[in-house]
Ligand binder design. Structure first.
Ligand SMILES: NC(=O)c1ccc[n+]([C@@H]2O[C@H](COP(=O)([O-])OP(=O)(O)OC[C@H]3O[C@@H](n4cnc5c(N)ncnc54)[C@H](OP(=O)(O)O)[C@@H]3O)[C@@H](O)[C@H]2O)c1
Length: 326
């Protein structure tokens, strides 16, 4: 397995002056939600990612919960300066992983930030997101406290995830929002029309960080039947991975594969390259537990799609069957 450095263009995170390579690494699946987890392999993958040049790492206190941040700390111990480190707070889970709701209260934000700094073993988080909106707490209050964490040097940049456009605008008035994290892929390009959050990001100078850019693995063609997933894999509960939806969605993958074959790329690379070409203010954080896939995904930054191919790919999301979440 080659860990040779892959050249990638960089893009700025918001207007922060910090630039990251366009393809980063989602670390969630190393500790939670998806099958095939292996701590030693995950640590090796994180180390290899740095050699390959994949330095924007995305985690959250709720992945595990907590164990994903602890996993990253194993590498950050010696490699802190090489990583652009993003984590999140706001989704509460207990140690069994049970869902306890959303919390955007200022005192909770501070408490979580301090706990994440400790678990990660770092003095500053490069990008700190509110993971979901808390309907009980005005966004101004949460972002106001995050701004104080910036003043204190505990956080360098503020992000929000899965908020609507009006919340984004309100948040941005309190303190510049450097990044917005939302689901975006060939089967989830749902941000068109009124309230288009991707357009609002472009207008405000906010980077759109595309999560699940491989359709949680589906768009790569590696998952051919629901039976390919372990029984405890979260995707089994996701409507897109079930029954008739699954079968119908395979037609999307067929089209991605056909384009990939025609240009000597892989479906994963075509999926990532499409996002980066369509949205110049985006970066992607594909998740993988495997070094060879970190490299394959990074090479997407070098794949070029023609206008005709972009047009075909633009048309795929409208055919996706099933909701993003149950
Ligand atoms: N803000 C939010 O609410 C939110 C929600 C979900 C995710 N996220 C973040 O976004 C990151 C990425 O999303 P995701 O992990 O849900 O989905 P994803 O990146 O769309 O897909 C991940 C899946 O694809 C597989 N994969 C990766 N590269 C591949 C390749 N080249 N060929 C074949 N299969 C490949 C991985 O399996 P292997 O491990 O076996 O390679 C994994 O099962 C997460 O890690 C997390 O940091 C954020």
């Amino acid at each position: 397995m080659s860990t040779e450095h892959v050249n990638q263009p960089t893009r700025e995170i918001g207007q922060s002056g910090s630039k990251v390579p366009v393809v980063g690494l989602g670390c969630m699946g190393m500790s939670d939600f998806y099958g095939g987890r292996d701590k030693e392999r995950a640590i090796a993958t994180l180390r290899d990612a740095l050699e390959i040049g994949v330095t924007h790492w995305d985690t959250s206190d709720m992945y595990g919960p907590h164990t994903n941040e602890l996993l990253l700390s194993e590498v950050l111990k010696t490699e802190r300066e090489r990583v652009f480190l993003a984590t999140k707070f706001g989704i509460m889970r207990n140690e069994k992983g049970e869902w306890l709701g959303i919390n955007g209260r200022p005192e909770y934000a501070r408490q979580c930030c301090e706990a994440s700094l400790k678990r990660l073993g770092v003095e500053q988080i490069d990008l700190y997101y509110l993971h979901r909106p808390d309907p009980e707490v005005p966004i101004e209050d949460t972002v106001g406290e995050l701004a104080r964490l910036v003043e204190e040097g505990k956080v360098a940049n503020i992000g929000i995830s899965e908020h609507d456009v009006s919340l984004l605008r309100r948040a941005h008035k309190v303190h510049p929002i450097a990044a917005y994290q939302g689901e975006l892929s060939l089967w989830t390009d749902v941000h068109e029309g009124e309230g288009n959050v991707i357009e609002a990001c472009a207008e405000l100078g906010v980077t759109f960080v595309a999560y699940s850019p491989l359709g949680r693995g589906f768009l790569t063609g590696a998952i051919q039947s629901p039976e390919d997933l372990a029984d405890n894999d979260w995707r089994k509960t996701n409507p897109r991975f079930q029954g008739e939806n699954f079968k119908s969605n395979l037609e999307i993958v067929q089209q991605v594969k056909a384009i990939a074959e025609s240009i000597g790329a892989t479906p994963a690379q075509v999926s990532l390259s499409w996002i980066l070409a369509k949205y110049p203010h985006s970066v992607v954080i594909p998740g993988t537990t495997k070094s060879k896939r970190v490299r394959e995904n990074a090479l997407a930054a070098q794949v070029e799609l023609s206008g005709e191919q972009m047009k075909v790919l633009d048309g795929l999301a409208k055919n996706a069957q099933g909701g993003r979440y149950a």
